[in-house]
Design a protein around this ligand. Structure first.
Ligand code: ADP
Length: 404
């Protein structure tokens, strides 16, 4: 079965094509074709990178994101990168959809009602749900409405969170209107939990895990018996950890203060907290951890403070997840910073030393993919896992289409 995966962000569209046959492999297979479209750099210009039959190729195109998506998809069956004879060889399309609200705790076949639900939830995920919906309609336009499409929600994994973790201490009428903690990065957290169980050779339902997804956006999940029981993101992907340009949690009183002072309107606050804060806001250097680390190496004290706050908050929330679990059988690091920053992993594990967590310094420095980085006598195994959201989406899509 040929499954196309679309993973749309606010300024990029990543895509992969998998050729799957039963039984599905344990290790993530290499996709037949991958592509990435970026349009954030300059209005009217899109960057396209494709890896298909002819290796890696890059283009810079003067076009719109939607036309760029069409050009990107056509390379699957046209030109030198083509890996399929024609578009009809694609059996199904899986989409990452960021917000599934209260309705969706599982992946679903896309229908008119599902599209309406994704649209209805746009106010809760304004940067992502519109892009996800555009991806779905683009496929309908390019490949036809008969091709099965599947929505895989980032919120779904956290839908079973206990009410105590999912409810804000605000008037209950607001909770009933949907103002509760949803959590995000669920596709990644679930994939990492399953992969950790495989790597540890233990059944997932016997494990208490903390998964640390540390990318530009960042969140932790406390996972017991394969279910998310707590997470750091909430009603929106702004709560919790300090991130690249997002503040994470701040005293809500601060926002009331800024609004009351009159210098900030709602849109200003949105920009301040989502795009001007986090590593970028504190360091004044960049939202990219590599730049912050490079600035620290040249003696930049503000960059050092940004890293210190980042680590402080990461430790703080690992502590919170630990208490939600009441014990720990595995600590997992994933996404850009989690997979590639030995400094950040070492700093978290250092504060868990009193529990007997011990890192193997050399293994940690190597940043191995899908491997242990703790010593054999560590009280809790620590792992680096390369998150494979596209592969997780492809599997969800395969299971739904196989059984429909
Ligand atoms: P996204 O959330 O956009 O998918 P990624 O998972 O790619 O992001 O993570 C991006 C983050 O990973 C950036 O802050 C980047 O600096 C960081 N990163 C990538 N490589 C390294 C590295 N070698 N050391 C430290 N941080 C890194």
């Amino acid at each position: 079965m040929k499954i196309l995966v679309l993973n749309a962000g606010s300024s990029s569209q990543k895509s992969s094509l998998y050729d799957l046959t039963a039984p599905l492999p344990q290790d993530p297979p290499k996709p037949m074709w991958t592509a990435q479209l970026d349009w954030g750099r300059q209005p009217g210009l899109v960057d396209l990178k494709v890896q298909g039959a002819a290796g890696v190729q890059r283009w810079q195109l003067q076009t719109s994101p939607s036309e760029g998506t069409q050009i990107m998809l056509q390379t699957i069956w046209q030109g030198e990168q083509a890996v399929l004879p024609d578009a009809s060889a694609i059996d199904g399309v899986g989409h990452r959809v960021v917000h599934g609200g209260q309705d969706y705790s599982q992946s679903v076949r896309v229908t008119k009602a599902v599209k309406e639900a994704i649209a209805r939830l746009i106010p809760l995920a304004p940067a992502h749900n519109p892009a996800n919906l555009k991806g779905i309609t683009a496929i309908e336009e390019i490949l036809g409405t008969d091709l099965p499409q599947v929505a895989v929600f980032d919120t779904a994994f956290h839908r079973q969170m206990p009410a105590a973790a999912a409810t804000y201490p605000i008037p209950y009428a607001l909770t009933q209107q949907g103002m509760k903690r949803y959590g995000f990065h669920g596709i990644s957290h679930r994939y990492c939990a399953q992969r950790a169980a495989q790597l540890l050779e233990r059944p997932l339902d016997s494990l208490r895990l903390i998964t640390c997804h540390l990318g530009n956006g960042a969140s932790l999940a406390a996972i017991a018996q394969g279910h998310s029981v707590d997470t750091t993101m909430g009603f929106t992907p702004l709560e919790g950890l300090m991130m690249g340009s997002r503040s994470g949690s701040v005293d809500p009183g601060l926002l009331i203060h800024l609004l009351r002072q009159g210098d900030y309107g709602v849109d200003d606050l949105d920009r301040l907290l989502n795009r001007e804060s986090g590593l970028l806001g504190v360091s004044g250097v960049s939202s990219d951890m590599r730049d912050v680390l490079a600035a620290i190496a040249t003696g930049n004290e503000q960059a050092q403070l940004a890293l210190d706050v980042y680590i402080h908050r990461l430790r703080y929330y690992v502590g919170a997840m630990l208490m939600s679990l009441g014990g720990l059988d595995g600590l997992v690091f994933t996404a850009g910073i989690g997979e590639r920053s030995p400094e950040v992993r070492a700093a978290v594990c250092e504060s868990l030393g009193f529990l007997g967590v011990r890192l193997d310094g050399d293994r940690n420095q190597e940043s191995p993919a899908d491997a242990l980085i703790s010593t054999p006598d560590s009280a809790v195994p620590v792992l680096v896992i390369q998150t494979q959201e596209d592969w997780a989406i492809a599997q969800e899509c395969w299971h739904l289409l196989e059984h429909s």
